[in-house]
Design a protein around this ligand. Structure first.
Ligand SMILES: *[C@@H]1O[C@H](CO)[C@@H](O)[C@H](O)[C@H]1NC(C)=O
Ligand SMILES: *[C@@H]1O[C@H](CO)[C@@H](O)[C@H](O)[C@H]1NC(C)=O
Ligand SMILES: [Zn+2]
Length: 451
Protein backbone atom coordinates (compact mmCIF):
# COMPACT_ATOMS: atom_id res chain seq x y z
CA UNK A 1 0.00 0.00 0.00
CA UNK A 2 1.50 3.34 -0.98
CA UNK A 3 1.22 6.48 1.10
CA UNK A 4 -1.65 7.87 -0.88
CA UNK A 5 -3.72 4.73 -0.51
CA UNK A 6 -2.93 4.70 3.15
CA UNK A 7 -4.18 8.27 3.54
CA UNK A 8 -7.37 7.43 1.67
CA UNK A 9 -7.81 4.35 3.81
CA UNK A 10 -7.32 6.21 7.10
CA UNK A 11 -9.60 9.04 5.96
CA UNK A 12 -12.34 6.58 5.14
CA UNK A 13 -11.93 4.91 8.52
CA UNK A 14 -12.22 8.28 10.25
CA UNK A 15 -15.22 9.11 8.14
CA UNK A 16 -16.88 5.84 9.08
CA UNK A 17 -16.17 6.59 12.71
CA UNK A 18 -17.69 10.03 12.41
CA UNK A 19 -20.79 8.89 10.61
CA UNK A 20 -21.12 6.05 13.09
CA UNK A 21 -21.81 8.50 15.90
CA UNK A 22 -25.48 8.32 16.69
CA UNK A 23 -26.53 11.66 18.12
CA UNK A 24 -28.89 11.48 21.05
CA UNK A 25 -30.04 13.87 23.76
CA UNK A 26 -30.93 13.73 27.42
CA UNK A 27 -32.15 16.31 29.89
CA UNK A 28 -30.52 16.80 33.24
CA UNK A 29 -32.86 18.49 35.70
CA UNK A 30 -32.12 18.93 39.36
CA UNK A 31 -33.11 20.59 42.64
CA UNK A 32 -36.66 21.51 41.74
CA UNK A 33 -37.47 22.18 45.41
CA UNK A 34 -41.18 22.33 44.86
CA UNK A 35 -42.98 24.31 47.55
CA UNK A 36 -46.74 23.52 47.54
CA UNK A 37 -47.30 26.35 50.01
CA UNK A 38 -45.57 28.89 47.85
CA UNK A 39 -48.69 31.01 47.30
CA UNK A 40 -49.50 31.27 51.00
CA UNK A 41 -45.87 32.13 51.70
CA UNK A 42 -46.16 34.76 49.01
CA UNK A 43 -48.71 36.61 51.08
CA UNK A 44 -46.47 36.62 54.11
CA UNK A 45 -43.04 37.10 52.63
CA UNK A 46 -43.74 38.61 49.27
CA UNK A 47 -41.71 36.21 47.17
CA UNK A 48 -43.57 36.71 43.98
CA UNK A 49 -42.55 36.19 40.40
CA UNK A 50 -43.78 34.95 37.06
CA UNK A 51 -47.35 35.79 37.96
CA UNK A 52 -47.88 38.54 35.43
CA UNK A 53 -47.87 41.07 38.22
CA UNK A 54 -45.30 43.51 36.92
CA UNK A 55 -46.06 46.15 39.48
CA UNK A 56 -45.48 43.83 42.40
CA UNK A 57 -42.53 42.13 40.72
CA UNK A 58 -40.74 45.43 40.52
CA UNK A 59 -41.43 46.43 44.06
CA UNK A 60 -40.45 43.03 45.39
CA UNK A 61 -37.09 43.54 43.70
CA UNK A 62 -34.16 41.29 43.04
CA UNK A 63 -33.61 39.81 46.41
CA UNK A 64 -37.13 38.76 47.22
CA UNK A 65 -37.52 37.04 43.89
CA UNK A 66 -34.87 34.62 44.95
CA UNK A 67 -35.97 33.89 48.48
CA UNK A 68 -38.67 31.36 47.69
CA UNK A 69 -38.46 27.85 46.31
CA UNK A 70 -40.26 26.74 43.15
CA UNK A 71 -43.94 27.51 42.85
CA UNK A 72 -46.18 25.09 41.02
CA UNK A 73 -46.31 27.49 38.08
CA UNK A 74 -42.50 27.60 37.83
CA UNK A 75 -42.40 23.80 37.65
CA UNK A 76 -45.13 23.76 35.04
CA UNK A 77 -43.32 26.35 32.95
CA UNK A 78 -40.11 24.31 33.09
CA UNK A 79 -42.00 21.20 32.00
CA UNK A 80 -43.80 23.05 29.21
CA UNK A 81 -40.51 24.44 27.96
CA UNK A 82 -38.86 21.02 27.91
CA UNK A 83 -41.85 19.56 26.06
CA UNK A 84 -41.55 22.28 23.44
CA UNK A 85 -37.79 21.73 23.05
CA UNK A 86 -38.26 18.01 22.66
CA UNK A 87 -35.57 16.71 20.27
CA UNK A 88 -36.68 13.68 18.23
CA UNK A 89 -33.87 11.64 19.65
CA UNK A 90 -34.42 12.40 23.32
CA UNK A 91 -33.29 9.21 24.99
CA UNK A 92 -33.89 9.72 28.71
CA UNK A 93 -34.00 12.22 31.55
CA UNK A 94 -31.68 12.41 34.56
CA UNK A 95 -33.47 13.88 37.58
CA UNK A 96 -31.02 14.31 40.42
CA UNK A 97 -33.16 14.96 43.45
CA UNK A 98 -34.16 17.55 45.98
CA UNK A 99 -37.66 17.38 44.58
CA UNK A 100 -39.12 19.12 47.62
CA UNK A 101 -38.49 22.47 49.23
CA UNK A 102 -36.51 22.28 52.47
CA UNK A 103 -39.36 24.31 53.99
CA UNK A 104 -41.41 21.09 53.81
CA UNK A 105 -39.12 19.34 56.25
CA UNK A 106 -41.72 19.29 59.01
CA UNK A 107 -44.65 18.34 56.83
CA UNK A 108 -46.17 14.90 57.19
CA UNK A 109 -44.86 11.99 55.15
CA UNK A 110 -48.24 11.97 53.45
CA UNK A 111 -47.97 15.58 52.25
CA UNK A 112 -44.40 15.05 51.06
CA UNK A 113 -45.33 11.99 49.05
CA UNK A 114 -48.29 13.79 47.55
CA UNK A 115 -45.99 16.62 46.43
CA UNK A 116 -43.53 14.10 44.95
CA UNK A 117 -46.44 12.44 43.16
CA UNK A 118 -47.56 15.74 41.66
CA UNK A 119 -44.10 16.47 40.30
CA UNK A 120 -43.77 12.88 39.08
CA UNK A 121 -47.06 13.24 37.21
CA UNK A 122 -45.90 16.41 35.47
CA UNK A 123 -42.66 14.76 34.34
CA UNK A 124 -44.50 11.64 33.29
CA UNK A 125 -46.83 13.69 31.07
CA UNK A 126 -43.93 15.77 29.72
CA UNK A 127 -41.85 12.72 28.86
CA UNK A 128 -44.58 10.31 27.84
CA UNK A 129 -42.29 8.15 25.74
CA UNK A 130 -39.00 8.46 27.64
CA UNK A 131 -37.70 7.08 30.88
CA UNK A 132 -36.90 9.41 33.73
CA UNK A 133 -34.16 8.23 36.10
CA UNK A 134 -34.57 9.79 39.55
CA UNK A 135 -31.85 10.06 42.20
CA UNK A 136 -32.74 10.89 45.79
CA UNK A 137 -31.62 14.10 47.48
CA UNK A 138 -31.50 14.94 51.16
CA UNK A 139 -34.79 16.84 51.00
CA UNK A 140 -36.63 13.85 49.54
CA UNK A 141 -38.56 11.07 51.28
CA UNK A 142 -36.39 7.96 51.85
CA UNK A 143 -36.88 4.95 49.54
CA UNK A 144 -40.16 3.18 50.18
CA UNK A 145 -42.79 0.97 48.59
CA UNK A 146 -44.79 4.07 47.73
CA UNK A 147 -41.92 5.70 45.85
CA UNK A 148 -41.43 2.40 44.06
CA UNK A 149 -45.08 2.46 43.00
CA UNK A 150 -44.69 5.98 41.65
CA UNK A 151 -41.51 5.32 39.73
CA UNK A 152 -42.08 1.76 38.50
CA UNK A 153 -43.24 3.31 35.22
CA UNK A 154 -39.58 4.23 34.63
CA UNK A 155 -37.55 1.56 36.38
CA UNK A 156 -37.25 -2.14 35.50
CA UNK A 157 -37.83 -4.78 38.19
CA UNK A 158 -34.15 -5.36 38.86
CA UNK A 159 -33.59 -1.64 39.47
CA UNK A 160 -36.64 -1.41 41.70
CA UNK A 161 -35.26 -4.11 43.97
CA UNK A 162 -32.13 -2.20 44.93
CA UNK A 163 -34.03 1.08 44.86
CA UNK A 164 -36.57 -0.07 47.42
CA UNK A 165 -33.96 -1.15 49.94
CA UNK A 166 -31.17 1.37 49.29
CA UNK A 167 -32.37 4.07 46.90
CA UNK A 168 -29.73 3.17 44.27
CA UNK A 169 -29.95 1.22 41.02
CA UNK A 170 -28.45 0.65 37.61
CA UNK A 171 -30.00 0.78 34.15
CA UNK A 172 -28.64 -0.84 31.05
CA UNK A 173 -29.35 1.12 27.89
CA UNK A 174 -30.29 -1.83 25.71
CA UNK A 175 -29.49 -0.11 22.41
CA UNK A 176 -26.00 0.96 23.34
CA UNK A 177 -23.03 0.10 25.48
CA UNK A 178 -24.04 2.67 28.04
CA UNK A 179 -24.94 1.91 31.65
CA UNK A 180 -26.45 4.44 34.01
CA UNK A 181 -25.57 4.04 37.68
CA UNK A 182 -27.75 6.06 40.02
CA UNK A 183 -26.36 6.41 43.54
CA UNK A 184 -28.11 7.41 46.73
CA UNK A 185 -25.68 10.04 48.02
CA UNK A 186 -27.86 10.53 51.12
CA UNK A 187 -26.43 7.24 52.46
CA UNK A 188 -22.94 8.75 52.33
CA UNK A 189 -23.88 12.19 53.64
CA UNK A 190 -23.54 13.65 57.10
CA UNK A 191 -27.13 13.14 58.16
CA UNK A 192 -27.38 9.58 56.77
CA UNK A 193 -27.96 7.97 60.18
CA UNK A 194 -31.38 9.47 60.51
CA UNK A 195 -32.69 8.01 57.29
CA UNK A 196 -30.83 4.76 57.13
CA UNK A 197 -28.68 2.25 58.95
CA UNK A 198 -24.94 2.29 58.28
CA UNK A 199 -24.99 -1.21 56.73
CA UNK A 200 -26.91 0.02 53.71
CA UNK A 201 -24.39 2.73 53.00
CA UNK A 202 -21.74 0.05 53.12
CA UNK A 203 -23.59 -2.25 50.79
CA UNK A 204 -23.90 0.60 48.28
CA UNK A 205 -20.07 0.68 48.10
CA UNK A 206 -19.86 -3.05 47.47
CA UNK A 207 -22.68 -2.88 44.97
CA UNK A 208 -21.05 0.05 43.14
CA UNK A 209 -17.68 -1.70 42.78
CA UNK A 210 -19.43 -4.85 41.66
CA UNK A 211 -21.46 -2.98 39.00
CA UNK A 212 -18.37 -1.13 37.73
CA UNK A 213 -16.29 -4.32 37.50
CA UNK A 214 -19.04 -6.02 35.58
CA UNK A 215 -19.38 -3.03 33.23
CA UNK A 216 -15.64 -3.21 32.56
CA UNK A 217 -15.86 -6.90 31.70
CA UNK A 218 -18.77 -6.23 29.34
CA UNK A 219 -17.04 -3.21 27.72
CA UNK A 220 -19.77 -0.86 28.81
CA UNK A 221 -19.34 2.84 29.55
CA UNK A 222 -20.93 4.19 32.70
CA UNK A 223 -22.60 7.44 33.73
CA UNK A 224 -22.41 8.04 37.47
CA UNK A 225 -25.47 9.94 38.58
CA UNK A 226 -26.34 11.21 42.06
CA UNK A 227 -27.70 14.16 43.96
CA UNK A 228 -24.42 15.10 45.66
CA UNK A 229 -21.05 14.26 44.13
CA UNK A 230 -17.49 14.39 45.39
CA UNK A 231 -15.64 17.64 45.98
CA UNK A 232 -16.20 20.81 47.92
CA UNK A 233 -18.54 23.73 47.85
CA UNK A 234 -16.24 26.74 47.56
CA UNK A 235 -18.72 28.74 49.66
CA UNK A 236 -18.15 26.47 52.66
CA UNK A 237 -15.21 25.37 54.69
CA UNK A 238 -14.55 22.02 53.05
CA UNK A 239 -14.65 18.96 55.24
CA UNK A 240 -15.60 20.88 58.37
CA UNK A 241 -18.31 19.26 60.46
CA UNK A 242 -20.81 21.91 59.39
CA UNK A 243 -20.11 21.29 55.71
CA UNK A 244 -20.72 17.57 56.28
CA UNK A 245 -24.38 18.30 57.05
CA UNK A 246 -26.95 19.36 54.48
CA UNK A 247 -26.39 16.45 52.12
CA UNK A 248 -22.64 16.86 51.49
CA UNK A 249 -20.61 13.65 51.44
CA UNK A 250 -18.71 12.95 54.65
CA UNK A 251 -14.90 13.24 54.38
CA UNK A 252 -14.64 9.43 54.51
CA UNK A 253 -17.26 8.91 51.80
CA UNK A 254 -15.69 11.62 49.64
CA UNK A 255 -12.25 9.99 49.83
CA UNK A 256 -13.67 6.57 49.09
CA UNK A 257 -15.75 7.73 46.15
CA UNK A 258 -12.73 9.48 44.63
CA UNK A 259 -10.79 6.26 45.04
CA UNK A 260 -13.48 4.28 43.18
CA UNK A 261 -13.66 6.91 40.42
CA UNK A 262 -9.88 6.75 39.92
CA UNK A 263 -9.89 2.95 39.90
CA UNK A 264 -12.65 2.84 37.28
CA UNK A 265 -11.89 6.00 35.30
CA UNK A 266 -11.54 3.90 32.13
CA UNK A 267 -15.17 2.80 32.51
CA UNK A 268 -16.75 6.05 33.71
CA UNK A 269 -17.75 8.20 30.71
CA UNK A 270 -19.11 11.02 32.85
CA UNK A 271 -20.51 12.06 36.20
CA UNK A 272 -23.70 14.10 36.64
CA UNK A 273 -24.66 15.73 39.90
CA UNK A 274 -26.87 18.49 41.31
CA UNK A 275 -27.12 19.64 44.91
CA UNK A 276 -24.93 22.77 44.82
CA UNK A 277 -27.48 24.98 43.08
CA UNK A 278 -24.59 26.04 40.89
CA UNK A 279 -23.38 25.45 37.36
CA UNK A 280 -19.86 24.15 37.80
CA UNK A 281 -17.60 21.15 37.27
CA UNK A 282 -15.13 19.00 39.17
CA UNK A 283 -12.07 17.09 37.98
CA UNK A 284 -10.50 13.93 39.33
CA UNK A 285 -6.77 13.38 38.84
CA UNK A 286 -4.64 10.29 39.08
CA UNK A 287 -0.89 10.80 39.43
CA UNK A 288 -1.33 14.38 38.24
CA UNK A 289 -3.28 13.41 35.13
CA UNK A 290 -6.94 14.45 34.70
CA UNK A 291 -8.85 11.14 34.43
CA UNK A 292 -12.50 11.91 35.08
CA UNK A 293 -14.93 14.83 34.99
CA UNK A 294 -18.13 15.69 36.81
CA UNK A 295 -20.59 18.28 35.51
CA UNK A 296 -22.91 19.85 38.08
CA UNK A 297 -26.22 21.18 36.84
CA UNK A 298 -27.82 24.33 38.28
CA UNK A 299 -31.11 24.10 40.18
CA UNK A 300 -34.60 24.78 38.91
CA UNK A 301 -35.34 26.65 42.12
CA UNK A 302 -33.97 30.20 42.22
CA UNK A 303 -33.33 29.81 45.93
CA UNK A 304 -29.90 28.79 47.14
CA UNK A 305 -28.18 28.31 50.46
CA UNK A 306 -26.39 31.63 50.78
CA UNK A 307 -26.40 32.52 47.11
CA UNK A 308 -29.16 32.71 44.58
CA UNK A 309 -29.31 31.84 40.93
CA UNK A 310 -31.68 31.82 38.01
CA UNK A 311 -33.58 28.59 37.27
CA UNK A 312 -31.72 26.32 34.83
CA UNK A 313 -32.42 23.27 32.65
CA UNK A 314 -29.74 21.39 30.77
CA UNK A 315 -29.99 19.39 27.54
CA UNK A 316 -27.05 17.08 26.83
CA UNK A 317 -26.00 15.98 23.38
CA UNK A 318 -24.20 12.65 23.26
CA UNK A 319 -23.17 9.77 21.05
CA UNK A 320 -25.71 7.20 22.05
CA UNK A 321 -23.57 4.39 20.62
CA UNK A 322 -20.62 5.05 22.88
CA UNK A 323 -22.03 7.28 25.61
CA UNK A 324 -19.50 10.00 24.83
CA UNK A 325 -20.82 13.39 25.86
CA UNK A 326 -20.49 15.85 22.97
CA UNK A 327 -21.97 19.05 24.35
CA UNK A 328 -24.84 20.54 26.30
CA UNK A 329 -27.13 23.50 25.94
CA UNK A 330 -27.85 25.36 29.15
CA UNK A 331 -31.29 26.99 29.30
CA UNK A 332 -32.35 29.50 31.90
CA UNK A 333 -35.17 31.66 33.11
CA UNK A 334 -34.26 35.21 33.99
CA UNK A 335 -36.38 35.61 37.10
CA UNK A 336 -35.51 39.21 37.83
CA UNK A 337 -35.94 40.60 34.34
CA UNK A 338 -39.14 38.79 33.58
CA UNK A 339 -41.70 41.43 32.81
CA UNK A 340 -44.74 39.46 33.75
CA UNK A 341 -43.96 36.63 31.37
CA UNK A 342 -42.01 33.44 31.73
CA UNK A 343 -39.35 33.28 29.09
CA UNK A 344 -36.92 30.36 29.11
CA UNK A 345 -33.95 31.01 26.82
CA UNK A 346 -30.59 29.56 25.78
CA UNK A 347 -27.91 30.67 28.22
CA UNK A 348 -24.96 29.08 26.43
CA UNK A 349 -23.60 25.95 24.75
CA UNK A 350 -20.70 24.35 26.59
CA UNK A 351 -18.14 23.76 23.82
CA UNK A 352 -18.81 27.06 22.07
CA UNK A 353 -18.95 29.19 25.24
CA UNK A 354 -15.59 28.06 26.52
CA UNK A 355 -14.04 27.21 23.15
CA UNK A 356 -13.58 23.51 23.94
CA UNK A 357 -12.67 21.08 21.21
CA UNK A 358 -14.38 18.26 23.09
CA UNK A 359 -15.83 17.36 26.46
CA UNK A 360 -13.10 15.43 28.25
CA UNK A 361 -11.13 15.52 31.49
CA UNK A 362 -8.16 16.93 29.56
CA UNK A 363 -10.10 19.75 27.88
CA UNK A 364 -11.83 20.66 31.16
CA UNK A 365 -8.45 20.67 32.91
CA UNK A 366 -7.23 23.26 30.38
CA UNK A 367 -10.40 25.23 31.01
CA UNK A 368 -9.72 25.21 34.77
CA UNK A 369 -6.27 26.67 34.09
CA UNK A 370 -7.78 29.42 31.95
CA UNK A 371 -10.23 30.25 34.73
CA UNK A 372 -7.28 30.65 37.12
CA UNK A 373 -5.45 33.05 34.81
CA UNK A 374 -5.71 36.34 36.66
CA UNK A 375 -4.21 38.34 33.79
CA UNK A 376 -6.89 37.42 31.30
CA UNK A 377 -10.21 37.41 33.08
CA UNK A 378 -12.33 36.47 30.06
CA UNK A 379 -12.76 32.85 31.04
CA UNK A 380 -13.20 33.61 34.74
CA UNK A 381 -15.94 36.09 33.84
CA UNK A 382 -17.72 33.46 31.76
CA UNK A 383 -17.40 30.89 34.53
CA UNK A 384 -18.64 33.15 37.32
CA UNK A 385 -21.53 34.35 35.14
CA UNK A 386 -22.59 30.76 34.45
CA UNK A 387 -22.04 29.68 38.06
CA UNK A 388 -25.16 31.55 39.26
CA UNK A 389 -26.96 31.23 35.93
CA UNK A 390 -26.52 34.92 35.07
CA UNK A 391 -27.90 36.10 38.38
CA UNK A 392 -24.44 37.50 39.16
CA UNK A 393 -22.54 38.83 36.18
CA UNK A 394 -20.17 41.23 37.89
CA UNK A 395 -16.83 39.62 38.68
CA UNK A 396 -15.02 42.83 39.67
CA UNK A 397 -15.08 41.82 43.34
CA UNK A 398 -13.52 38.42 42.57
CA UNK A 399 -9.88 39.19 43.32
CA UNK A 400 -6.85 36.94 42.90
CA UNK A 401 -7.66 34.99 46.08
CA UNK A 402 -11.28 34.47 45.00
CA UNK A 403 -10.16 33.34 41.55
CA UNK A 404 -7.78 30.91 43.17
CA UNK A 405 -10.53 29.46 45.39
CA UNK A 406 -12.63 28.72 42.28
CA UNK A 407 -9.67 26.96 40.71
CA UNK A 408 -9.06 24.89 43.86
CA UNK A 409 -12.74 23.88 44.09
CA UNK A 410 -12.72 22.64 40.48
CA UNK A 411 -9.41 20.79 40.59
CA UNK A 412 -9.16 19.55 44.20
CA UNK A 413 -12.05 17.21 44.92
CA UNK A 414 -10.24 15.81 47.94
CA UNK A 415 -11.13 17.90 51.01
CA UNK A 416 -7.61 17.92 52.38
CA UNK A 417 -6.03 18.83 49.04
CA UNK A 418 -8.59 21.59 48.62
CA UNK A 419 -7.67 23.19 51.94
CA UNK A 420 -3.96 22.96 51.12
CA UNK A 421 -4.59 24.50 47.70
CA UNK A 422 -6.56 27.41 49.18
CA UNK A 423 -3.87 28.07 51.79
CA UNK A 424 -1.07 28.08 49.24
CA UNK A 425 -1.94 30.15 46.20
CA UNK A 426 1.77 30.39 45.40
CA UNK A 427 2.34 26.65 45.15
CA UNK A 428 -0.52 26.20 42.72
CA UNK A 429 0.67 29.14 40.64
CA UNK A 430 4.35 28.20 40.76
CA UNK A 431 4.14 26.06 37.64
CA UNK A 432 3.26 29.17 35.65
CA UNK A 433 6.66 30.81 35.94
CA UNK A 434 9.23 28.37 37.22
CA UNK A 435 12.10 30.12 35.38
CA UNK A 436 12.10 33.14 37.66
CA UNK A 437 12.78 31.46 40.99
CA UNK A 438 15.27 29.10 39.27
CA UNK A 439 17.16 32.06 37.79
CA UNK A 440 17.16 33.85 41.12
CA UNK A 441 18.56 30.79 42.86
CA UNK A 442 21.25 30.37 40.21
CA UNK A 443 22.20 34.05 40.48
CA UNK A 444 22.42 33.84 44.27
CA UNK A 445 24.53 30.71 43.93
CA UNK A 446 26.92 32.42 41.47
CA UNK A 447 27.33 35.38 43.82
CA UNK A 448 27.96 32.98 46.66
CA UNK A 449 30.73 31.02 44.91
CA UNK A 450 32.33 34.16 43.45
CA UNK A 451 32.95 35.55 46.95
C1 LIG B 1 -51.30 17.83 44.19
O1 LIG B 1 -52.16 18.02 43.10
C2 LIG B 1 -53.54 18.02 43.46
C3 LIG B 1 -54.36 18.03 42.19
O2 LIG B 1 -53.99 19.12 41.38
C4 LIG B 1 -53.82 19.20 44.37
O3 LIG B 1 -55.17 19.23 44.75
C5 LIG B 1 -52.95 19.06 45.62
O4 LIG B 1 -53.11 20.19 46.43
C6 LIG B 1 -51.49 18.93 45.22
N1 LIG B 1 -50.73 18.64 46.43
C7 LIG B 1 -49.48 19.01 46.62
C8 LIG B 1 -48.88 18.72 47.93
O5 LIG B 1 -48.84 19.55 45.75
C1 LIG C 1 -26.72 25.74 20.96
O1 LIG C 1 -27.05 24.43 20.60
C2 LIG C 1 -28.39 24.27 20.22
C3 LIG C 1 -28.66 22.80 20.07
O2 LIG C 1 -27.65 22.16 19.32
C4 LIG C 1 -28.66 25.06 18.94
O3 LIG C 1 -29.98 24.91 18.54
C5 LIG C 1 -28.37 26.52 19.25
O4 LIG C 1 -28.48 27.26 18.08
C6 LIG C 1 -27.00 26.71 19.84
N1 LIG C 1 -26.94 28.06 20.33
C7 LIG C 1 -25.90 28.83 20.16
C8 LIG C 1 -25.99 30.19 20.80
O5 LIG C 1 -24.95 28.48 19.53
ZN1 LIG D 1 -31.05 21.32 46.62
Amino acid sequence: MNLRNLVVYITSLLWLNLTDAKIGYFWHITDLHYDPFHSSREIHRGCKYNRGDTEHGHRAGRHRDHTCDSSWSLIQSAAAFMAERHPDTLEFVLWTGDILSSSMEHESEETKLEAVRNVTDVLSRTFSSQFVFPALGHNDPPPSRRLVDMWMQWLPTEALQTFETGGYYTIEQSRSKLRIVVLNSVLWAGGAAKTDGPHRGRSQWEWLEHVLSKARRKNEMVYLVAHAGPGVDERHNAGSSSAAGGGELTPTANTRLLHVIRAFSDVIAGQFYGHRHADTFRLVYSEGRPVSWALLGPSVTPRGAGSMSNPGLRLYKFDSNTGKVLDYTQYYLDVTNTRGEVHWAVEYNLTQYYGLREVSATSLDSLAKKIRNFHDRTTLTKYVTALRVRHVTDVSDCDAACTHVHFCAITRADFHEYRTCVRNPASALASRAPQIPAAVILYAFLILISC
